[in-house]
Design a protein around this ligand. Sequence first.
Ligand SMILES: C[S@@+](CC[C@H](N)C(=O)[O-])C[C@H]1O[C@@H](n2cnc3c(N)ncnc32)[C@H](O)[C@@H]1O
Length: 307
Amino acid sequence: MLEEGVVGEIHFADNLQVLETLPTGSIDLIYIDPPFNTGKVQQRTQIRTVRSAEGDRVGFQGRRYQSIVVGTKRFSDLFDDYLAFLEPRLVEAHRVLANHGSLYLHVDYREVHYCKILLDAIFGRECFLNEIIWAYDYGGRPKNKWPPKHDNILLYVKDPSNYVFNTDEIDRIPYMAPGLVGPEKAARGKLPTDTWWHTIVPTNSTEKTGYPTQKPLGILRRIVQASSRPGAMVLDFFAGSGTTGMAALEKGRRFILVDNNLEAMQVMARRFDGIDGIRWVGFDPSPYQSGYTQGVLIPASVEPCGE
Ligand SMILES: C[S@@+](CC[C@H](N)C(=O)[O-])C[C@H]1O[C@@H](n2cnc3c(N)ncnc32)[C@H](O)[C@@H]1O
């Protein structure tokens, strides 16, 4: 799908528009980390009226009514919008996935149950493989509940009888009690389970791009290594700082990234500066790069986004 010599394509566009241009079955692996609350925030105030001589409203036959605010439906509306926003994108994601392909959906603990139901409907329950818990230890600790310190990553495959899972290539982790397993096993380490302990991107690390929702490369490397083969096409249509593209490059895969936020494009321009064979669609990275010579800039085939 990518031209000869192009290893990655980065689009400045609404992801639904780009998804609709991708051929059916053309993508081997999708990772997405959609932002919460992308839909319109609506605040609908519910009012109940009761008969009252001092009421502020006059109704049938001159009767007076008092309005009482019974609540606002801010959250349910916001939530409906979120799922309505995600659904057409997930339907497209399913369409563009190859038969052996996998989708990782990264969400937080407040949304995961609703997203699971949505994905069960789109992929089929039998295509659900794992719920990965990414556990970290960072940030404040509320005193009135268990401090939430994890994200959830749902893994679905297009065909549960034929999908890529490279067990032997997954990075191994130390045993908790290495003394119990013998020196050979201890040196080799063990396979991670569905619970991944991994630090967030450290503030002072070279990995840090400054993009507020940047995810660690270590998480993406593991996903790319486990669920795609060298040369595979990896898609992230909520790209942010481009972590998925970096992991794909490191592991010898190709990638397509999409984001509709100018700040994300600027961060990606810096992050991919100096890397050969990146094709930019709808965005000129050169003002943000030191030596922009190897890339290919082409005009957007879909409407570019403005901020
Ligand atoms: C949580 S961030 C992704 C962070 C990313 N995983 C990383 O490591 O940097 C979600 C991204 O989705 C983008 N986004 C939201 N709505 C979008 C849309 N309709 N089309 C394309 N990108 C969108 C936002 O601009 C934001 O950069």
